[in-house]
Design a protein around this ligand. Structure first.
Ligand code: MN
Length: 279
């Protein structure tokens, strides 16, 4: 287990983003490619009026966990939707999609606190060119396991014999966890899987080490049970996944296996093969 403190901050459209993964020490932890944590940021009513302009994706799955706030998205398949606090959008970019995402009109109007994580999950080679799709996972459809001061929302995979609603192309556990000071919980990473615990806020103790807010513990290929003790109230994201043992070549919004496939993705985007989105 290694603990990484978040290292980079930058702006993505209207969002101030922290990037725990990749960082200077870990260049992805297959199948997990990237983690962006936006917020928590407070917005006064009417003060937020920008969004991410239309952009493409190919070859992986961008997953948005909305901890607080309201989002709107629209894409080149003609789909459009809204996310509210506790909702998750599991998108399969597959062979290509163009989308735009930003604060929902209602959130912009009333203001409030926005906090989200976007995770990029790699796709195995045989699914990189799958048809694009979304799974819109509403908060009330995500089961919660509550015990010993930990409340674990099972988004994907299994926890305590409870199955999450997300369908994934490779085995993945993804949990949104809230904890109370003094609580305790155990999470298992299967043998050969990679795992991540990213603490959004608060502190937990693991093997005598403290993991604070904005820190990430990574577990590389080491199956084990992780026993956490909460030192304060807080939130974390738990991820575990079977590594995809294939070459990775990524360039901006495209994640493929070989350089030539990146060139093809750029060409397909430029020639309209990923569809169109005017916004
Ligand atoms: Mn995007």
């Amino acid at each position: 287990m290694k603990i990484h403190s978040e290292l980079q901050h930058f702006n993505v459209g209207p969002f101030k983003v922290k990037q725990p993964l990749p960082n200077s020490l870990v260049n992805g932890l297959s199948p997990f490619l990237l983690l962006h944590h936006a917020g928590p940021s407070f917005h006064a009513p009417g003060s937020i009026n920008t969004r991410l302009s239309p952009h493409p994706h190919r070859g992986f799955e961008p997953v948005t966990f909305l901890f607080s706030g309201g989002l709107h998205h629209k894409d080149s398949t003609g789909a459009e939707g809204w996310l509210y606090s506790g909702d998750v959008q599991w998108m399969t970019a597959g062979r290509g999609i163009i989308h735009s995402e930003g604060p929902s009109e209602a959130f912009a109007e009333t203001g409030g606190t926005m906090e989200l994580i976007q995770l990029w999950v790699n796709l195995p080679r045989n699914h990189k060119m799958s048809a694009p799709r979304y799974q819109d996972l509403k908060a009330d459809k995500i089961p919660v396991v509550t015990a010993n001061g930990f409340s674990t929302k099972v988004v994907a995979g299994n926890y305590a014999s409870v199955a999450g609603p997300a369908e994934t192309f490779t085995p993945i556990d993804a949990f949104m966890v809230e904890f109370k000071a003094g609580g305790a919980a155990a999470y298992t990473i299967p043998q050969f899987f990679n795992g991540i615990i990213y603490v959004l806020n608060g502190s937990v103790l693991l093997d005598g080490s403290k993991i604070d807010g904005l820190e990430m513990a990574v577990f590389e290929g080491t199956g084990r049970t992780i026993e956490l003790e909460a030192l304060s109230d807080g939130k974390l994201l738990f991820l575990s996944g079977a590594p995809i043992e294939e070459p990775v070549v990524s360039y901006g919004p495209f994640v493929m296996n070989y350089q030539g496939e990146i060139k093809q993705a750029m060409l397909d985007y430029e020639t309209g093969k990923m569809g169109k989105l005017d916004f």
